[in-house]
Design a binder for this molecule. Structure first.
Ligand code: P6P
Length: 304
């Protein structure tokens, strides 16, 4: 199997993007270590989205922040765990990184799989950017095996698995999504209480004997779709979260970029391409339907 740096180099990933991804991979290795050894207790703090933080949330954020600062390649960082953006003084790097250092940490006490999500743009501002302008995106999944999935603009989706000495080795490349699917991952089912079109779509999936795969963790739920090559993840809005619960910059735009590189699609519940939504506020939320293209078009039509 090919090493992380070698694979990115032979795929002509620009040196500075490769170096930034290397720092992200190293941060993922340290987060994995802290997950297996760390204290899963509460930090007795909450983030600006009002979510209780675990000590692991705060530690994971520090690990990624240290790695990205140490790379000397970043002008601006946006973390889901921090209210404000972090700007580095000139001579600045040339990248903006938006990241969720530990997504799904509410699942840690149940020992379910969680992950980290990264979106990378060129420049020194996040506000005004769109997902389509990303140069790369990645996510890590801390399951029975630790995997780092990387998509670089125009170069497809690569899967790396961390070996027993902490190196990330290529295991799959050019992941592709088929048009339609037998899997569905129905998020925010509470919305079916008022959204009868969503209720009908879910009941239609059930009537078609589709297989439900939903853990409550965005990273494993979307990773399942990419690995199986088919599926749809739906997270519409509801009274409590009219614009949905998931964050555009830290979660939805990076995954939309990765899925687009795999030939899939990601839209809002009313059909707007996630990659075309301008970031106006770092913590803004969006509804999201993401997965096999044919499934997304059907789901958007069903809710129209
Ligand atoms: P629900 C985890 O808290 C998260 O932010 C995503 O990882 C996940 O897809 C979603 O929330 C789950 O939301 O409403 O099913 O708990």
């Amino acid at each position: 199997m090919k090493s992380f740096n070698h694979t990115l180099r032979v795929n002509n990933v620009p040196n500075d993007v490769r170096s930034l991804l290397y720092h992200i991979a190293r941060g993922v290795k340290y987060i994995n270590f802290s997950l297996r050894a760390g204290n899963t207790g509460e930090a007795n703090t909450s983030n600006c989205s009002g979510e209780d933080q675990l000590k692991l949330d705060v530690l994971s954020d520090k690990i990624i922040m240290n790695e990205l600062e140490g790379s000397e390649l970043c002008a601006l960082l946006a973390s889901e765990e921090q209210d404000d953006l972090v700007r580095f003084p000139a001579p600045r790097g040339k990248f903006v990184v938006a990241y969720d250092p530990l997504d799904g940490s509410s699942l840690v006490d149940a020992n379910l799989t969680i992950g980290s999500i990264f979106g990378i743009w060129e420049g020194d501002e996040l506000v005004g950017k769109k997902g389509r302008e990303m140069v790369a995106a990645a996510y890590a999944i801390y399951g029975p095996r630790v995997e780092l999935i990387v998509a670089v603009k125009g170069k497809g989706v690569m899967v790396f698995e961390m070996n027993d000495v902490g190196e990330f080795m290529l295991t799959k490349k050019d992941l592709k999504l088929r048009e339609n699917s037998k899997y569905f991952a129905p998020g925010n089912l509470r919305a079916t209480a008022i959204n009868k079109k969503y209720l009908k779509l879910i009941n239609d999936y059930i009537a078609e004997k589709r297989t439900l795969r939903y853990s409550g963790g965005m990273v494993p739920d979307l990773h399942h779709i990419l690995q199986k090559g088919e599926g749809i993840f739906t997270y519409p809005g509801c009274e409590k979260h009219p614009n949905g619960k998931l964050r555009l910059a830290f979660e939805c735009a990076p995954f939309a970029f990765i899925f687009a590189e795999a030939g899939g699609k990601a839209t809002t519940a009313d059909g707007q391409e996630i990659l075309d939504i301008e970031i106006t506020e770092p913590h803004q939320r969006t509804t999201i339907f993401i997965g096999s293209t044919g499934e997304i078009d059907r789901a958007v039509e069903a809710l129209r």
